[in-house]
Design a protein around this ligand. Structure first.
Ligand SMILES: [Zn+2]
Length: 177
């Protein structure tokens, strides 16, 4: 297993839709092992392949309470329902946190590393948020596009009253209408 270097916004791989995996072969197995290793080293709860510069539809998730990582190959969101606001950060946008709009209920369908299809139904909580965050990544969407308002992006260690540095927002292209 190898820890792979992360890519950071505004790297173009982060803002492009990733491609579906056609064959779960040895190179995909290696990619997944590296992603899990990288997620652990970076203390992330999830990682999408394009965060290490690989434009494939693969994500891994491991919440603090999970003993094993969950591997999602070709994940698709089947249902999003309800609305809530959460504070979110991203390994690809270090030093920032933002208030984002997320769903209450999120159902996702994916293939596991064994090639078998499975579904995850998450209601509220961190899992629903991470499922949306990672599937967004694979669709080329960063959380800063889901901000409750443009002002609700904060530099970590800054007080909420202080305005965010706007350099990040101006560097990040607007990709979705
Ligand atoms: Zn992220």
């Amino acid at each position: 297993m190898t820890v792979r270097p992360l890519v950071y916004a505004p790297h173009p791989t982060l803002t492009q839709k990733t491609q579906r995996v056609k064959h779960i072969d040895a190179s995909i197995h290696r990619l997944i092992q590296d992603m899990i290793e990288t997620m652990h080293v970076e203390n992330g709860v999830g990682l999408a392949a394009n965060q290490i510069g690989v434009p494939l539809r693969v994500a891994v998730i491991q919440l603090p309470e999970d003993e094993e990582p969950t591997v999602l190959i070709n994940p698709e969101v089947l249902l999003r329902e309800g609305e809530r606001e959460e504070d979110e950060g991203c390994l690809s946008i270090p030093g920032y946190t933002g208030r984002v709009k997320r769903s209450e209920r999120v159902h996702v369908k994916a293939l596991g590393i064994d090639g078998k299809s499975f579904r995850i139904k998450a209601e509220g909580g961190l899992l629903a948020e991470v499922l949306e965050h990672e599937t967004d990544h694979l669709n080329g969407i960063l959380y800063i596009e889901r901000l409750v308002s443009r002002e609700q992006l904060y530099k970590i260690d800054y007080k909420r009253e202080e305005p965010p540095e706007d350099s990040l927002m101006t560097e990040t292209p607007h990709l979705r209408e």
